[in-house]
Design a protein around this ligand. Structure first.
Ligand SMILES: Cc1cc2nc3c(=O)[nH]c(=O)nc-3n(C[C@H](O)[C@H](O)[C@H](O)COP(=O)(O)OP(=O)(O)OC[C@H]3O[C@@H](n4cnc5c(N)ncnc54)[C@H](O)[C@@H]3O)c2cc1C
Length: 481
């Protein structure tokens, strides 16, 4: 039995050729893609981590076909890398040991929608924007909105969250059930659609955040929410990052059910002013949103404004104008690209620390001071209601010294979060970029438990080898940078 932590195993050319032959027999020669362009597209995510190409790419059209593809790979013990939209940020989709990239984007059907039960079943390749467009006319919405147009299968697999997580929860709170293909090519439904269940181990949550290392997610059943009667957006500047974060903590202590509360530092405000042609005052700023009846959103905005003023907030503005609200959030969602446009041609290194909100102000202020002290170009964006914030650090990927400086900053940021009782990754996941911190965060026994689960479900280590606890330095205490 191959170890789940085996490294750098690769099939020989002859073995790879016989996998491809069997896949061609199954799908037809023209559906097993091996051209350089398609391999390069599937060799890398949106991160700065080095590319690693698969040997072939296939696009299953159904769950049954996906199971047959997994069956072929399993027979040959060939690595499988599930691929969604490739927007992850920690080297998740890099085919470190070659093998077959299974791109789910042709499985993009909304299977069923029940307004009565407020749930929807989609194939794994449906993207969040596609789902949003399908749900909007029905008067419901799905709240998890990562900044990229990710697939639902990818969002399940990274345990994604977004700007409304503070009110509606992340993927873990919004997935009811999954249909997955296991390493022995079985099609398994993880649970029923019932709102609650105490029947056995929670297999659904085992696959949420598994990053394609335990199986292939083919269908996803999600909770949806009625579209609120009224939504209002608000914006408010603060004299300092600490004032803005303290305001967020006070808003949640007052029990105001904000739907979104996001922090943008001065550099990010400047970046989106330029990128999205906006005119926000350049200062630490909160973007907020309130959901409810017209009276409720008005009351929530008024109460929040009072708290903001107590924390030095300036120029609090709020609106129920739909176009203005959408424009504000589109600009916020463009934050990553807006920051990158500050130094064209550079790569982005993103950090993803998350701490209990009581420690957030200290951690963010220390992180900003760290950037300034080391003369690094990076903007801070926070899903601050959840204690989660990102630094998008611009580095010259071709300059080893610049990469090294970036990695050292990344290392300090993770350790600062762990020292404050937090986590190395609030939402992006581990891939292989964060694997070195697993043991530091969880301890050796917990990491060994993760490996035992991996061995039990995927004894030949075919699913996305080299990631999470299967990475070369996962749990070995090595330190990036
Ligand atoms: C500009 C930008 C903004 C972002 N903002 C956010 C944010 O706000 N919140 C957030 O959580 N993330 C964010 N991300 C990260 C990224 O969008 C998420 O991690 C997203 O969930 C990845 O989905 P994907 O479809 O692109 O998956 P991919 O990148 O294709 O894959 C991600 C991982 O999931 C596995 N996988 C994909 N599909 C399947 C499947 N069907 N079955 C099993 N495994 C699968 C892959 O093997 C891989 O390990 C952002 C990224 C960018 C570039």
């Amino acid at each position: 039995m191959a170890s789940a932590t085996a490294q750098h195993r690769r099939l020989s050319n002859a073995q790879t050729e016989s996998v491809l032959e069997d896949l061609r027999a199954l799908l037809g020669a023209d559906r097993v893609l091996t051209g350089n362009d398609v391999l390069a597209q599937h060799a890398v995510d949106e991160s700065f981590h080095p590319a690693a190409a698969p040997d072939a790419v296939v696009y299953p059209a159904s769950t049954e076909e996906a199971a047959a593809i997994v069956g072929v790979c399993a027979r040959h013990k060939a690595p499988i890398v599930p691929f969604g939209a490739g927007t992850s940020l920690e080297g998740h989709v890099q085919a470190l040991q070659g093998g077959v990239s299974i791109d789910m984007r042709e499985m993009n059907r909304i299977v069923r929608l029940s307004i009565e039960d407020l749930d929807v079943t989609v194939q794994a390749g449906v993207t969040r924007k596609q789902l949003d467009a399908a749900l909007r006319p029905e008067g419901v919405f799905f709240p998890v909105d990562p900044g990229a147009d990710a697939t639902l299968g990818g969002m399940v697999s990274t345990g994604a969250s977004g700007t409304t997580t503070v009110r509606y929860g992340a993927m873990r709170e919004n997935v009811l059930s999954l249909t997955v293909v296991t390493a022995d090519a079985e099609i398994v439904r993880t649970r029923s659609r019932a709102r609650k269940s105490s029947a056995g181990y929670d297999l659904t949550r085992l696959f949420i955040g598994a990053e394609g290392t335990l199986g292939l997610v083919c269908e996803v059943t999600l909770r949806v929410r009625p579209t609120p009667e009224a939504m209002s957006a608000a914006v408010c500047g603060f004299p300092s990052l600490r004032d803005a974060v303290d305001c967020v903590v006070a808003v949640s202590q007052h029990g105001i059910p904000v739907a979104r509360i996001e922090l943008l530092d001065e550099m990010l405000i400047e970046a989106i002013n330029r990128y999205a042609e906006m005119d926000h005052t350049v200062m630490p700023t909160l973007f907020l949103e309130f959901h409810g009846t017209p009276d409720e959103v008005k009351a929530q905005a008024a109460e929040t404004e009072e708290i903001a003023v107590e924390h030095g907030g300036e120029g609090f503005r709020w609106t129920t104008d739909e176009a203005e609200r959408r424009r504000m959030w589109e600009a916020r969602h463009a934050a990553y690209h807006a920051t990158r446009a500050l130094r064209p041609g550079t790569s982005a290194l993103t950090t993803d620390a998350c701490v209990p909100v009581s420690g957030l102000a200290d951690v963010i202020v220390e992180t900003r001071a760290d950037l300034d002290e080391h003369d690094l170009t990076g903007s801070i964006l926070g899903h601050v209601g959840d204690g989660n914030f990102h630094v998008t650090l611009l580095i010259d990927g071709d300059d080893p010294a610049d990469v090294e400086r970036g990695m050292r900053f990344h290392d300090r940021t993770v350790r600062r979060a762990l020292d404050h009782g937090g986590t190395s990754t609030g939402e992006h996941g581990v891939g292989y970029g964060k694997a070195a911190y697993l043991e530091l965060e969880h301890g050796p026994a917990a990491v060994e438990m993760m490996r035992a689960i991996k061995r039990a479900l995927d004894p030949d280590d075919i699913f996305n080898p080299g990631k999470i606890a299967g990475a070369a330095d996962a749990g070995h205490g090595s330190q990036p940078g």
